[in-house]
Design a protein around this ligand. Structure first.
Ligand SMILES: *[C@@H]1O[C@H](CO)[C@@H](O)[C@H](O)[C@H]1NC(C)=O
Ligand SMILES: *[C@@H]1O[C@H](CO)[C@@H](O)[C@H](O)[C@H]1NC(C)=O
Length: 278
């Protein structure tokens, strides 16, 4: 640090400009950033005040959080008013307790979550194909974030036209749902985009995809939600990740990392998913 040679200054400048270019890449998002969720980390770290930092992007634009923040007004199947209360403060320091302690009660299919084979098959549920049995290797590895044309659901024809190369095992499908900001609206919207039966069949029969990610609460369109889940989950090889937050990240290849909770006996789980630039 004390002795700075010209060579080191040059590499320092290079590093700074590299960091700056990373930052500018992060801000040129395809989709508008949702109000109140902007990445303020750069500024907040300079202040020694009590304003918490809430980020969508970490590591100088390299790590993207693609998990939705759990809130009482996030959408929930069949509800007009959102998920409702799911967190209860059981003990408070305001009331003389030694600590703050909360309880959580939530559907395992709320927000960003995974579905297991046990979700739609009685014999798989009984046999214990729960979230604890999901393959972490499928949930973590190189994957593709791809844009589905906004004017369509994911049909067999659309799947064909996306030209996803063989060998790609993890694909996150960004649809009109992201553009409509559906996961940010409390009212459940049955017109969400998703797979049709023939689209799901096409994926199973013609690709190597084992992780299917989507940007609303069901991988299949509302009217075909059950048959699409059956098609994906029957082989017990495919893991479904639903309710992903894909608004401020560009399409392309990333390292996908999804870690569900280890809930013994549960057919689904909330999941934290991130993308890391490769
Ligand atoms: C703390 O006490 C207040 C006032 O009695 C009560 O309304 C509140 O529910 C209590 N909160 C907890 C977490 O015990
Ligand atoms: C997808 O299918 C749903 C349910 O059939 C429909 O309401 C919606 O308009 C379709 N979305 C697109 C983009 O075609």
């Amino acid at each position: 640090m004390a002795k700075t040679e010209p060579k080191n200054i040059t590499s320092l400048l290079l590093l700074v400009s590299l960091l700056l270019s990373c930052l500018s890449t992060a801000s040129t998002a395809t989709y508008p950033t949702i109000p109140g969720t902007a990445d303020t980390s750069i500024f907040a770290s300079q202040n020694d005040n009590l304003i918490p930092v809430r980020r969508e992007v970490y590591g100088n634009g390299r790590i993207f959080d693609i998990t939705h923040r759990y809130t009482s007004d996030m959408p929930w199947h069949g509800s007009d008013n959102g998920l409702g209360q799911f967190l209860w403060l059981q003990a408070s320091m305001k009331n003389g307790s030694f600590a703050y302690i909360s309880d959580l009660k939530i559907s395992v299919h709320a927000g960003t979550h995974v579905d297991t084979p046990a979700n739609f098959f009685e014999h798989y549920f009984e046999a214990g194909f729960d979230v604890d049995t999901l393959d972490l290797e499928v949930l973590n590895g190189p994957g593709l974030l791809i844009d589905v044309p906004r004017d369509t659901n994911i049909t067999a024809d659309v799947m064909k036209s996306l030209n996803i190369p063989k060998g790609i095992r993890r694909v996150l499908f960004r649809t009109l749902n992201t553009h409509r900001g559906l996961m940010f609206k409390p009212q459940f919207d049955t017109s969400f985009a998703g797979f049709t039966v023939d689209g799901a069949k096409w994926l199973v029969e013609n690709t190597d995809i084992k992780l299917v990610g989507i940007d609303y609460l069901s991988v299949g369109v509302w009217s075909e939600a059950i048959p699409t889940h059956l098609i994906f989950l029957e082989s017990r090889e495919i893991i479904l990740v639903e309710g992903l937050k894909l608004d401020n990240v560009n399409p392309g290849i990333y390292s996908v990392h999804c870690l569900p909770l280890r809930l013994l006996g549960s057919e689904g789980s909330p999941v934290r998913c991130i993308l890391i630039k490769r």
